[in-house]
Ligand binder design. Structure first.
Ligand code: ADP
Ligand code: DAR
Length: 350
Protein backbone atom coordinates (compact mmCIF):
# COMPACT_ATOMS: atom_id res chain seq x y z
CA UNK A 1 0.00 0.00 0.00
CA UNK A 2 1.52 3.37 -1.01
CA UNK A 3 2.07 5.88 1.78
CA UNK A 4 -0.13 8.97 1.60
CA UNK A 5 1.19 12.54 2.14
CA UNK A 6 -0.37 14.74 4.88
CA UNK A 7 0.76 18.11 6.29
CA UNK A 8 -1.00 17.84 9.67
CA UNK A 9 -3.04 21.06 9.38
CA UNK A 10 -6.36 19.64 8.16
CA UNK A 11 -8.50 16.69 9.25
CA UNK A 12 -6.82 13.66 7.66
CA UNK A 13 -8.41 11.84 4.75
CA UNK A 14 -9.10 8.15 5.49
CA UNK A 15 -9.68 5.56 2.76
CA UNK A 16 -12.99 3.62 2.87
CA UNK A 17 -11.23 0.38 3.87
CA UNK A 18 -9.30 1.97 6.75
CA UNK A 19 -10.05 0.17 10.03
CA UNK A 20 -7.42 1.55 12.41
CA UNK A 21 -8.29 2.60 15.94
CA UNK A 22 -7.10 6.10 14.87
CA UNK A 23 -9.76 6.13 12.15
CA UNK A 24 -12.40 4.79 14.51
CA UNK A 25 -11.74 7.29 17.32
CA UNK A 26 -10.51 10.54 15.73
CA UNK A 27 -13.51 12.87 15.53
CA UNK A 28 -13.44 16.33 13.89
CA UNK A 29 -13.95 18.03 17.30
CA UNK A 30 -11.11 16.02 18.84
CA UNK A 31 -8.86 16.93 15.91
CA UNK A 32 -9.69 20.65 16.26
CA UNK A 33 -9.03 20.42 20.03
CA UNK A 34 -5.66 18.64 19.64
CA UNK A 35 -4.16 19.72 16.32
CA UNK A 36 -2.09 22.65 17.65
CA UNK A 37 -0.97 21.04 20.93
CA UNK A 38 2.75 20.38 21.48
CA UNK A 39 4.34 18.51 24.41
CA UNK A 40 7.28 19.82 26.45
CA UNK A 41 9.71 17.78 24.33
CA UNK A 42 8.33 19.44 21.18
CA UNK A 43 6.24 16.46 20.04
CA UNK A 44 3.17 17.51 18.04
CA UNK A 45 -0.22 15.86 17.61
CA UNK A 46 0.47 15.58 13.88
CA UNK A 47 3.61 13.57 14.66
CA UNK A 48 1.59 11.31 16.98
CA UNK A 49 -0.94 10.33 14.30
CA UNK A 50 1.22 10.62 11.16
CA UNK A 51 1.91 6.87 10.99
CA UNK A 52 -1.79 6.01 10.94
CA UNK A 53 -2.55 8.69 8.35
CA UNK A 54 0.17 7.78 5.86
CA UNK A 55 -0.21 4.01 6.50
CA UNK A 56 -3.93 3.49 6.03
CA UNK A 57 -3.53 -0.25 6.74
CA UNK A 58 -2.45 0.46 10.33
CA UNK A 59 -4.27 -1.48 13.04
CA UNK A 60 -3.70 1.25 15.65
CA UNK A 61 -2.11 4.29 13.94
CA UNK A 62 -0.84 6.42 16.83
CA UNK A 63 2.38 6.65 18.86
CA UNK A 64 3.39 8.71 21.91
CA UNK A 65 6.56 10.84 21.83
CA UNK A 66 6.81 11.10 25.63
CA UNK A 67 4.82 10.36 28.79
CA UNK A 68 3.09 13.75 28.45
CA UNK A 69 1.57 12.68 25.10
CA UNK A 70 -0.79 10.34 26.96
CA UNK A 71 -2.27 13.23 28.96
CA UNK A 72 -2.00 16.11 26.47
CA UNK A 73 -3.57 13.99 23.68
CA UNK A 74 -5.82 11.97 26.05
CA UNK A 75 -8.96 12.95 24.10
CA UNK A 76 -7.72 10.48 21.47
CA UNK A 77 -5.42 8.14 23.44
CA UNK A 78 -8.03 7.32 26.11
CA UNK A 79 -10.71 5.94 23.74
CA UNK A 80 -8.01 4.01 21.81
CA UNK A 81 -6.63 2.53 25.07
CA UNK A 82 -10.19 1.64 26.20
CA UNK A 83 -10.92 0.00 22.83
CA UNK A 84 -7.70 -2.04 22.64
CA UNK A 85 -7.21 -3.04 26.32
CA UNK A 86 -10.77 -2.69 27.68
CA UNK A 87 -9.14 -0.24 30.14
CA UNK A 88 -11.20 2.75 31.28
CA UNK A 89 -10.13 6.13 32.71
CA UNK A 90 -10.77 4.94 36.28
CA UNK A 91 -8.83 1.66 35.93
CA UNK A 92 -5.25 1.54 37.18
CA UNK A 93 -2.32 -0.71 36.25
CA UNK A 94 -1.71 -3.79 38.44
CA UNK A 95 1.59 -5.72 38.50
CA UNK A 96 2.36 -9.28 39.56
CA UNK A 97 5.76 -10.77 38.71
CA UNK A 98 5.50 -13.55 41.32
CA UNK A 99 6.36 -16.79 39.50
CA UNK A 100 4.65 -18.86 42.22
CA UNK A 101 1.22 -17.55 41.17
CA UNK A 102 1.62 -18.82 37.58
CA UNK A 103 0.25 -22.27 36.75
CA UNK A 104 1.76 -23.16 33.36
CA UNK A 105 3.33 -26.65 33.28
CA UNK A 106 4.66 -27.45 29.77
CA UNK A 107 1.49 -28.01 27.68
CA UNK A 108 3.45 -29.96 25.06
CA UNK A 109 6.13 -32.05 26.84
CA UNK A 110 6.51 -34.34 23.80
CA UNK A 111 7.26 -31.34 21.56
CA UNK A 112 4.57 -32.23 19.01
CA UNK A 113 3.24 -28.65 18.62
CA UNK A 114 5.29 -25.92 20.34
CA UNK A 115 8.57 -25.06 18.58
CA UNK A 116 9.61 -22.24 20.92
CA UNK A 117 8.48 -19.88 23.67
CA UNK A 118 9.32 -16.16 23.96
CA UNK A 119 8.26 -13.64 26.62
CA UNK A 120 9.25 -9.98 26.30
CA UNK A 121 8.60 -6.67 28.00
CA UNK A 122 9.07 -3.18 26.58
CA UNK A 123 10.74 -0.58 28.78
CA UNK A 124 11.76 3.07 28.29
CA UNK A 125 14.20 5.16 30.29
CA UNK A 126 12.69 7.64 32.75
CA UNK A 127 13.21 11.40 32.38
CA UNK A 128 13.82 11.37 28.59
CA UNK A 129 11.32 11.33 25.68
CA UNK A 130 10.15 8.15 23.97
CA UNK A 131 11.65 7.06 20.65
CA UNK A 132 9.52 9.24 18.33
CA UNK A 133 10.75 12.43 20.04
CA UNK A 134 14.30 11.44 21.05
CA UNK A 135 17.19 13.53 19.72
CA UNK A 136 20.15 11.73 18.12
CA UNK A 137 22.29 12.60 21.17
CA UNK A 138 19.66 11.34 23.65
CA UNK A 139 19.32 8.08 21.72
CA UNK A 140 23.11 7.54 21.66
CA UNK A 141 23.36 8.30 25.40
CA UNK A 142 20.61 5.75 26.12
CA UNK A 143 22.46 3.18 23.99
CA UNK A 144 25.74 3.63 25.88
CA UNK A 145 24.11 3.71 29.35
CA UNK A 146 21.89 0.66 28.72
CA UNK A 147 24.72 -1.31 27.04
CA UNK A 148 26.95 -0.57 30.05
CA UNK A 149 24.28 -1.85 32.49
CA UNK A 150 23.68 -4.99 30.42
CA UNK A 151 27.39 -5.80 30.11
CA UNK A 152 27.59 -5.85 33.93
CA UNK A 153 25.06 -8.70 34.18
CA UNK A 154 26.40 -12.05 35.39
CA UNK A 155 25.62 -15.77 35.39
CA UNK A 156 23.09 -16.92 32.78
CA UNK A 157 22.39 -13.26 31.87
CA UNK A 158 26.02 -12.46 31.01
CA UNK A 159 26.50 -11.55 27.38
CA UNK A 160 27.69 -9.07 24.75
CA UNK A 161 26.23 -5.92 23.20
CA UNK A 162 26.31 -5.72 19.37
CA UNK A 163 25.62 -2.25 17.88
CA UNK A 164 23.73 -2.30 14.60
CA UNK A 165 26.06 0.40 13.26
CA UNK A 166 28.85 -1.50 11.55
CA UNK A 167 27.21 -4.92 11.99
CA UNK A 168 27.95 -7.26 9.08
CA UNK A 169 24.78 -7.47 6.93
CA UNK A 170 24.89 -11.28 6.76
CA UNK A 171 25.15 -11.45 10.57
CA UNK A 172 22.18 -9.09 10.93
CA UNK A 173 20.11 -10.95 8.33
CA UNK A 174 20.78 -14.26 10.11
CA UNK A 175 19.79 -12.83 13.51
CA UNK A 176 16.49 -11.59 11.99
CA UNK A 177 15.89 -14.88 10.13
CA UNK A 178 16.47 -16.78 13.40
CA UNK A 179 13.87 -14.56 15.15
CA UNK A 180 16.43 -12.97 17.47
CA UNK A 181 16.64 -9.43 16.01
CA UNK A 182 14.09 -6.83 14.93
CA UNK A 183 13.53 -6.20 11.20
CA UNK A 184 14.78 -2.94 9.69
CA UNK A 185 12.76 -0.36 7.75
CA UNK A 186 9.30 -0.94 9.26
CA UNK A 187 7.19 1.72 7.48
CA UNK A 188 4.88 2.16 10.49
CA UNK A 189 7.83 2.95 12.75
CA UNK A 190 9.36 5.08 9.98
CA UNK A 191 6.28 7.34 9.75
CA UNK A 192 6.32 7.67 13.56
CA UNK A 193 9.87 9.03 13.51
CA UNK A 194 11.26 5.89 15.15
CA UNK A 195 13.77 5.13 12.40
CA UNK A 196 15.56 8.48 12.40
CA UNK A 197 19.41 8.23 12.20
CA UNK A 198 19.05 4.46 11.60
CA UNK A 199 21.04 2.31 12.37
CA UNK A 200 22.97 4.61 14.78
CA UNK A 201 22.09 4.08 18.48
CA UNK A 202 20.39 0.70 17.89
CA UNK A 203 21.68 -2.74 18.77
CA UNK A 204 21.12 -6.10 20.42
CA UNK A 205 22.52 -7.62 23.59
CA UNK A 206 22.41 -11.39 24.07
CA UNK A 207 23.92 -14.18 26.12
CA UNK A 208 25.84 -16.99 24.44
CA UNK A 209 22.81 -19.30 24.25
CA UNK A 210 20.56 -16.48 22.87
CA UNK A 211 18.00 -17.31 25.56
CA UNK A 212 18.29 -13.79 27.03
CA UNK A 213 18.32 -10.83 24.64
CA UNK A 214 17.68 -7.07 24.80
CA UNK A 215 16.83 -4.92 21.79
CA UNK A 216 18.08 -1.35 22.26
CA UNK A 217 16.29 1.68 20.71
CA UNK A 218 13.93 -0.09 18.32
CA UNK A 219 10.27 0.81 18.93
CA UNK A 220 10.98 1.08 22.65
CA UNK A 221 14.33 1.87 24.22
CA UNK A 222 14.54 -1.64 25.67
CA UNK A 223 12.81 -4.85 24.66
CA UNK A 224 13.88 -7.37 27.32
CA UNK A 225 13.44 -10.88 25.91
CA UNK A 226 13.61 -14.40 27.31
CA UNK A 227 13.19 -17.25 24.83
CA UNK A 228 14.05 -20.89 24.23
CA UNK A 229 13.05 -23.91 22.19
CA UNK A 230 10.05 -25.92 23.42
CA UNK A 231 7.13 -25.15 25.73
CA UNK A 232 8.69 -24.65 29.17
CA UNK A 233 6.79 -21.40 29.69
CA UNK A 234 7.57 -21.26 33.40
CA UNK A 235 11.35 -21.37 32.78
CA UNK A 236 11.10 -18.58 30.17
CA UNK A 237 9.01 -16.41 32.53
CA UNK A 238 11.39 -17.01 35.45
CA UNK A 239 14.40 -15.95 33.37
CA UNK A 240 12.59 -12.78 32.20
CA UNK A 241 11.54 -11.75 35.71
CA UNK A 242 15.09 -12.28 37.00
CA UNK A 243 16.50 -10.19 34.15
CA UNK A 244 14.03 -7.31 34.56
CA UNK A 245 14.76 -7.10 38.29
CA UNK A 246 18.53 -7.12 37.66
CA UNK A 247 18.39 -4.40 34.98
CA UNK A 248 16.08 -2.27 37.14
CA UNK A 249 18.92 -2.01 39.70
CA UNK A 250 20.85 0.26 37.29
CA UNK A 251 18.25 1.62 34.82
CA UNK A 252 15.21 3.65 36.00
CA UNK A 253 12.21 2.81 33.81
CA UNK A 254 9.49 5.27 32.73
CA UNK A 255 6.42 4.32 34.80
CA UNK A 256 2.95 5.84 35.31
CA UNK A 257 0.69 4.90 38.25
CA UNK A 258 -2.35 4.53 35.96
CA UNK A 259 -0.79 3.33 32.68
CA UNK A 260 2.04 1.21 34.11
CA UNK A 261 5.24 0.97 32.04
CA UNK A 262 5.05 3.73 29.42
CA UNK A 263 5.70 2.72 25.80
CA UNK A 264 5.63 4.49 22.44
CA UNK A 265 2.72 2.40 21.14
CA UNK A 266 -0.42 2.34 23.34
CA UNK A 267 -0.86 -1.39 22.69
CA UNK A 268 2.21 -2.04 24.85
CA UNK A 269 1.28 0.00 27.93
CA UNK A 270 0.92 -1.53 31.39
CA UNK A 271 2.91 -4.75 31.61
CA UNK A 272 4.31 -4.09 28.11
CA UNK A 273 4.44 -7.89 27.93
CA UNK A 274 3.98 -10.20 25.01
CA UNK A 275 4.14 -13.90 25.89
CA UNK A 276 4.20 -16.04 22.75
CA UNK A 277 4.75 -19.49 21.36
CA UNK A 278 5.62 -20.54 17.84
CA UNK A 279 3.23 -23.44 17.44
CA UNK A 280 2.46 -25.86 14.61
CA UNK A 281 -1.33 -26.21 14.13
CA UNK A 282 -1.88 -27.50 10.57
CA UNK A 283 -5.44 -28.74 11.11
CA UNK A 284 -6.59 -25.51 12.76
CA UNK A 285 -4.83 -23.60 9.97
CA UNK A 286 -7.36 -25.23 7.66
CA UNK A 287 -10.24 -24.09 9.88
CA UNK A 288 -9.48 -20.41 10.55
CA UNK A 289 -12.99 -19.57 11.88
CA UNK A 290 -12.53 -22.19 14.63
CA UNK A 291 -8.95 -20.98 15.17
CA UNK A 292 -10.00 -17.33 15.50
CA UNK A 293 -12.92 -18.26 17.77
CA UNK A 294 -10.62 -19.94 20.29
CA UNK A 295 -8.08 -17.09 20.00
CA UNK A 296 -10.70 -14.41 20.61
CA UNK A 297 -12.19 -16.19 23.60
CA UNK A 298 -8.73 -16.39 25.20
CA UNK A 299 -7.64 -12.81 24.32
CA UNK A 300 -4.98 -14.17 21.95
CA UNK A 301 -3.35 -12.55 18.92
CA UNK A 302 -2.55 -14.76 15.91
CA UNK A 303 0.53 -13.62 13.94
CA UNK A 304 2.96 -14.94 11.37
CA UNK A 305 6.32 -16.44 12.29
CA UNK A 306 8.26 -13.22 11.80
CA UNK A 307 6.08 -11.24 14.17
CA UNK A 308 4.05 -8.24 13.17
CA UNK A 309 2.77 -7.96 9.60
CA UNK A 310 4.21 -11.39 8.68
CA UNK A 311 2.61 -14.61 7.42
CA UNK A 312 2.44 -18.05 9.00
CA UNK A 313 4.52 -20.71 7.27
CA UNK A 314 3.70 -24.43 6.97
CA UNK A 315 1.03 -24.23 9.63
CA UNK A 316 3.31 -22.52 12.16
CA UNK A 317 1.86 -19.47 13.95
CA UNK A 318 3.01 -16.92 16.54
CA UNK A 319 0.33 -17.05 19.27
CA UNK A 320 0.49 -14.40 22.01
CA UNK A 321 -1.56 -12.55 24.62
CA UNK A 322 -3.39 -9.49 23.30
CA UNK A 323 -4.11 -7.70 26.61
CA UNK A 324 -1.17 -5.94 28.28
CA UNK A 325 -2.84 -3.21 30.38
CA UNK A 326 -5.39 -3.85 33.13
CA UNK A 327 -3.94 -7.35 33.58
CA UNK A 328 -0.83 -8.39 35.53
CA UNK A 329 2.27 -10.01 34.04
CA UNK A 330 1.21 -13.39 35.45
CA UNK A 331 -2.25 -12.94 33.89
CA UNK A 332 -0.63 -12.13 30.49
CA UNK A 333 1.27 -15.41 30.59
CA UNK A 334 -1.76 -17.27 31.95
CA UNK A 335 -3.88 -15.84 29.07
CA UNK A 336 -1.38 -17.21 26.56
CA UNK A 337 -1.01 -20.55 28.37
CA UNK A 338 -4.76 -21.19 28.72
CA UNK A 339 -5.27 -20.29 25.04
CA UNK A 340 -2.45 -22.57 23.89
CA UNK A 341 -3.90 -25.50 25.88
CA UNK A 342 -7.28 -24.90 24.23
CA UNK A 343 -5.68 -24.71 20.75
CA UNK A 344 -3.70 -27.92 21.25
CA UNK A 345 -6.84 -29.72 22.51
CA UNK A 346 -8.77 -28.54 19.43
CA UNK A 347 -5.90 -29.57 17.11
CA UNK A 348 -5.93 -33.05 18.69
CA UNK A 349 -9.73 -33.21 18.29
CA UNK A 350 -9.47 -32.35 14.58
P1 ADP B 1 7.27 -8.16 19.52
O1 ADP B 1 6.75 -9.55 19.23
O2 ADP B 1 8.26 -8.15 20.65
O3 ADP B 1 6.18 -7.15 19.67
P2 ADP B 1 8.01 -8.10 16.74
O4 ADP B 1 6.66 -8.64 16.45
O5 ADP B 1 8.50 -6.94 15.99
O6 ADP B 1 8.16 -7.75 18.28
O7 ADP B 1 9.09 -9.26 16.52
C1 ADP B 1 9.04 -10.39 17.29
C2 ADP B 1 10.20 -11.24 16.84
O8 ADP B 1 10.29 -12.32 17.76
C3 ADP B 1 9.95 -11.83 15.47
O9 ADP B 1 11.18 -12.05 14.83
C4 ADP B 1 9.33 -13.16 15.79
O10 ADP B 1 9.64 -14.12 14.82
C5 ADP B 1 10.03 -13.53 17.08
N1 ADP B 1 9.18 -14.34 17.95
C6 ADP B 1 8.02 -13.99 18.52
N2 ADP B 1 7.55 -15.02 19.25
C7 ADP B 1 8.47 -16.04 19.14
C8 ADP B 1 8.56 -17.36 19.65
N3 ADP B 1 7.62 -17.86 20.47
N4 ADP B 1 9.64 -18.10 19.31
C9 ADP B 1 10.60 -17.60 18.50
N5 ADP B 1 10.58 -16.35 17.99
C10 ADP B 1 9.52 -15.59 18.30
N1 DAR C 1 2.06 -1.26 13.19
C1 DAR C 1 1.33 -0.26 13.96
C2 DAR C 1 1.39 -0.59 15.46
C3 DAR C 1 0.55 -1.79 15.84
C4 DAR C 1 0.93 -2.40 17.17
N2 DAR C 1 2.28 -3.03 17.05
C5 DAR C 1 3.38 -2.45 17.56
N3 DAR C 1 3.30 -1.46 18.37
N4 DAR C 1 4.53 -2.94 17.19
C6 DAR C 1 -0.11 -0.22 13.48
O1 DAR C 1 -0.79 0.73 13.83
O2 DAR C 1 -0.50 -1.15 12.78
Amino acid sequence: MTAMRWDGSTFPEFKPNCSSLLYRHLSEPAFEQLKDKITGSGFTFAQAINSGVVNQDSSIGIYAGDAESYTLFSALFDPIIADYHGFTKTDIHRSNLNMKTLSAPNPDPDGLYILSTRIRVGRNVAEVPLGPALSREQRNTIESQVAKSLCNLSGELAGTYYPLLGMDETVRDQLVADHFLFKAGDRFLDAAGLNRDWPEGRGIFHNREKTFLVWVNEEDQLRIISMQQGGDIEAVFTRLVTAVKEIEKTVTFMFDQRLGYVTSCPTNLGTAMRASVHIRLPKLAADMPAFKNIADSHHLQIRGIHGEHSESESGIFDISNKRRLGVTEVECVQDMYNGVVALINKEKEL
